[in-house]
Ligand binder design. Structure first.
Ligand code: GLU
Length: 429
């Protein structure tokens, strides 16, 4: 049962795949496997708090534009709400609600003491000046002032946001409460209490999980052919680390188009090219042009969707040739496509495990801040490595014990620990 306020579809298109319905389906499946009570499933199917604020912003030309900003707090049974702030035109309340739920399972699966949340504004940040983005971020933060805080809800970067937005959020919150509160956000710049290794963390986590999965198949990263959809924070970091570990990244794409090289792309050169071409990789020398759609169906060992949701669907799943799919994005594989991949024996490394590196280093940043002791990058990467490998091993163990897929195993661990905490804490009043 999902709250009626979240029930109406925000998109009328018949092809619309509702991210919240999908997230709830996985929850139901895990709950069936765990034989959970209906009451717990009903509680966990609904976010605890849904906040939508109105953000009036003065554009550079003097016009005032009003936009909606969301923050959905799914569950805080294990600790403060935690999750990113997304600036993307496709943001809807249902999407943010689904992503908040995924954050709950992700934190629980990784064994870090947080609940799940997500926020977002439906804007294309590329259409706004830096000054406008600052005003949007500051007003959004100040509208949420009572709902966030280092012990309450801790935002972080997500698609379309970065350390820059986190610095504005930290400053706005601090000015409002009257003293510096670095712990209100993670993914901050180093100058105000950010952690070394945070920027590469999600991509590093992806590399670790792919490496472990290959090792279980008796293979190594060296020479493994990888295709990556998305060259933003996550896709580019994963590409670089995989390339450095000896993998052949044969294709990369962005929303503007992609590039392919059968001998493997020179990823440091590709990053430099993108930086000089307003993040476009189109026209990169010594590589052929490839579309986003073509990239997904390339013959490769590992396919890494690191962009948006719903990229591998019923329409293209039969043409997927990869042997492993690593979900660096959230929900890039639809429910139906997931079933088809499982039936074909293609290994899917689920999002709540594969892209957890970001929130893990967010947690390490928060811990460093709370203890006023800051670590070198090697220590951060070591702690990240340990937590990622531990979660992977636990999930693999669960697949064997329960004879279930890796996704369901990850969900049963994530959901199961939250359900256990509900049982132990009891229902108030
Ligand atoms: N936005 C990232 C995620 O979805 C990081 C969240 C965080 O660090 O709190 O996992």
């Amino acid at each position: 049962m999902v709250l009626t306020s979240l029930s109406p579809q925000e998109s009328p298109s018949p092809a619309y795949i509702c991210p919240l319905d999908q997230a709830c389906s996985y929850l139901e499946e895990a709950a069936r496997e765990l034989k959970l009570d209906r009451s717990i499933i009903d509680i966990l199917s609904n976010p605890r708090k849904v906040v939508t604020v109105s953000i009036p912003v003065k554009r550079d030309d003097g016009e005032v534009q009003v936009m909606a900003g969301h923050r959905v707090q799914h569950c805080d049974i294990l600790g403060p709400y935690k999750g990113g702030i997304r600036y993307h035109p496709a943001v809807t309340l249902r999407e943010v609600s689904a992503l908040a739920m995924l954050m709950t399972w992700k934190c629980s699966l990784l064994g870090i003491p947080y609940g799940g949340a997500k926020g977002g504004i439906a804007i294309d940040p590329k259409s706004y000046s830096i000054g406008e983005l600052e005003r949007i971020t500051r007003r959004y933060t100040s509208e949420l002032i009572k709902d966030i805080g280092p012990a309450v809800d801790i935002p972080a970067p997500d698609m379309g946001t970065s350390a820059r937005e986190m610095a504005w959020m930290m400053d706005t919150y601090s000015v409002n409460v009257g003293h510096a509160v670095p712990g209100v956000v993670t993914g901050k710049p180093l100058s105000i209490g950010g952690s070394r290794g945070r920027e590469m963390a999600t991509g590093r986590g992806v590399m670790i999980i792919v490496r472990e999965a290959l090792a279980d198949l008796g293979k190594s990263l060296v020479g493994t052919r990888v295709a990556i959809q998305g060259f933003g924070n996550v896709g580019s970091a994963a590409a670089l680390l995989l390339h450095q570990a000896g993998a052949k990244v044969i294709a990369v794409s962005t929303g503007m188009g992609g590039v392919f090289s059968d001998v493997g792309l020179d990823i440091p050169a590709l990053k430099a090219y993108a930086a000089q071409n307003r993040m476009s990789i189109v026209g990169f020398p010594q590589a052929a042009a490839i579309s986003n759609t073509e990239l997904l169906t390339l013959a490769c060992d590992v396919l890494i969707p690191a962009a948006l949701e719903n990229q591998i669907t019923e329409d293209n799943v039969d043409r997927i040739q990869a042997r492993i799919i690593a979900e660096a994005a959230n929900s890039p594989v639809t429910l139906q496509a997931n079933q088809a991949l499982e039936a074909r024996g293609i290994m899917v490394l689920p999002d709540i495990l594969t892209n957890a590196g970001g929130v893990v280093v967010s947690y390490l940043e928060w811990v460093q801040g709370l203890s006023y002791v800051f670590w070198d990058e090697e220590r951060v990467n070591r702690e990240l490595e340990n937590l990622m490998v531990q979660a992977y091993r636990q999930a693999i163990q669960q697949t064997k014990v329960r004879q279930i897929s890796l996704r369901l195993a990850a969900y049963t661990l994530g959901v199961g620990r939250v359900a256990q905490a509900f049982t132990d804490r009891g229902l108030y009043p």
